[in-house]
Design a protein around this ligand. Structure first.
Ligand SMILES: Cc1cc2nc3c(=O)[nH]c(=O)nc-3n(C[C@H](O)[C@H](O)[C@H](O)COP(=O)(O)OP(=O)(O)OC[C@H]3O[C@@H](n4cnc5c(N)ncnc54)[C@H](O)[C@@H]3O)c2cc1C
Length: 423
């Protein structure tokens, strides 16, 4: 198929929602405005990068508490021994070179009246527009036994890639052959719907090679697998037959850390390694800034611009948002939301119209072994009548089967999104 340059530009503009800002990058000299981005993960880093690329005359400051970018995608492979922490850890020099001012620190409050972001060290950053992309924080109230820092050090979630990924891998390595690994999955919505089931495959892959007498018990709060069900079950009943016991409707009541037991409403399950992924909500800065609008958990936004429905001048994107229908909390989605948001923020600062028809796409790959993967994809367009994003009927879909070819596509996806977010 051949495609003309004009058609290609039209397509890129529509998918990334950047029609309104196509001319901005040429506006040189002076400072057109100040944008502060809170959080340098998939959403925040992409937003900072694209604002600087499309409008170099806007000052962009990114506040991030971590020294490096550590990717959750591919982190399950680290648990399985099929990738390393080095593979998923990257510096922020690419963004610095693009002119993004990096501030290492913790944002603790937004003063929307003064248009200031306050940091934990007492300093403040002025802004014209602020983008909040803090990802998720965990809700420990429903699991009293895990409220203390000591308990959380012992029973890990590894649902933010980093030290917990390393620590959980060590627990798995230290486990005896014939031991039991128990994974608890919270009720949806949570970060990365297929992520827990991919984790099960990765740990089964490791046990099959290194501890073949070991077992995996999956305690899922949900009534069924919430993503790629047939494909995961094919792996569990095929290459990992007899290793995995799946128990749906298994909402957690508490954890007995000393006894290494997960308590359910009518049952309890003992294990050698317990991996509890708690329910989640928008990162703490969202609550501190009055951005939470739904179920005490998520931030409502106008999907034309990702501007908060609660506080003007503040945009929210990524996992912290109240997802539109069919929209997963994923790195793909955060990256796409960031581009729509970046375009809208530039348009607002420059007094230009915002693109009225943004589109976003999602692709999530899951590895079922060290090499073999499958995907789920969807496309979402803005429906002016409903004033939200809705899935495009007939677009997207799932793989028919996992394959090594899709495994190579999955690594290609990861390398591309890393380049598109932080290089
Ligand atoms: C095991 C696992 C596997 C996954 N696999 C995939 C996959 O294959 N594909 C996919 O698309 N998605 C995947 N995901 C989901 C993906 O990681 C998230 O959806 C994505 O990271 C969301 O991006 P975000 O920018 O909202 O949050 P994050 O990427 O978590 O970024 C938030 C950033 O904000 C910083 N921060 C938070 N609060 C503050 C503050 N107050 N001050 C300063 N800094 C702050 C944090 O340090 C962090 O760096 C996976 C997730 C997990 C857990």
């Amino acid at each position: 198929m051949t495609i003309s340059r004009r058609e290609f530009i039209k397509w890129v503009s529509a998918t990334a929602g950047m029609t309104a800002v196509a001319g901005c990058a040429t506006t040189g000299g002076g400072t057109a405005g100040r944008v502060v981005v809170i959080g340098g993960g998939y959403g925040g880093a992409t937003a900072a990068r694209y604002i600087k690329m499309w409008a170099p005359d806007i000052d962009v400051t990114m506040v991030e508490r971590g020294a490096e970018f550590i990717s959750c995608p591919i982190s399950n492979l680290v648990l399985g021994g099929n990738a390393t922490m080095q593979d998923i850890t990257m510096g922020y020099d690419g963004l610095r070179k693009r002119g993004v001012r990096m501030v290492r620190g913790d944002a603790v409050a937004i003063d929307a009246a003064k248009r200031e972001v306050r940091l934990a060290d007492g300093s403040a950053l002025g802004y014209d527009r602020v983008i909040v992309a803090p990802g998720i924080d965990f809700m420990y109230d429903p699991i009293p036994g895990l409220k203390s820092a000591g308990a959380q050090d012992r029973i890990l979630h590894a649902w933010k890639a980093g030290p917990q990924t390393v620590a959980l891998r060590k627990q798995l390595e230290a486990m005896r052959d014939g031991g039991v690994y128990v994974l608890h999955i919270p009720m949806a919505p949570y970060r990365c719907p297929p992520g827990p089931y991919e984790r099960v495959c990765q740990i089964a892959d490791y046990f099959k090679k290194a501890k073949p007498r070991s077992k995996i018990i999956v305690l899922d709060s949900n009534p069924d697998l919430v993503s790629k069900k047939g494909l995961f079950l094919a792996a569990w009943d095929g290459m990992y037959k007899g290793m995995i016991e799946y128990r749906p409707n298994s909402e957690i009541a508490d954890v007995d850390v000393k006894g290494m037991t997960i308590k359910l409403q009518f049952d309890s399950v003992k294990g050698d390694v317990l991996n509890v992924v708690p329910p989640q909500k928008a990162g703490a800065i969202a609550e501190a800034s009055g951005l939470i609008t739904a179920n005490n958990r998520w931030c409502g936004v106008d999907w034309l611009s990702c501007e908060s429905t609660a506080v003007k001048g503040v945009h929210v994107l990524g996992d912290a948002t109240l997802s539109a229908a069919g929209m997963p909390k994923s790195a793909s989605m955060a990256n796409q939301q960031a581009k729509v948001c970046a375009a809208a923020v530039i348009a607002q600062i420059k007094g230009q119209p915002i693109n009225a028809q943004p589109m976003m796409m999602n692709t999530c790959y899951s590895f079922v072994s060290g090499r073999s993967a499958m995907h789920v994809a969807s496309v979402h367009h803005y429906d002016a009548g409903q004033k939200t994003l809705v899935p495009v009927k007939g677009a997207g879909g799932v793989s028919t089967a996992a394959s090594d070819l899709e495994g190579s596509y999955a690594w290609g996806w990861a390398k591309n999104i890393w380049a598109d977010s932080i290089s």
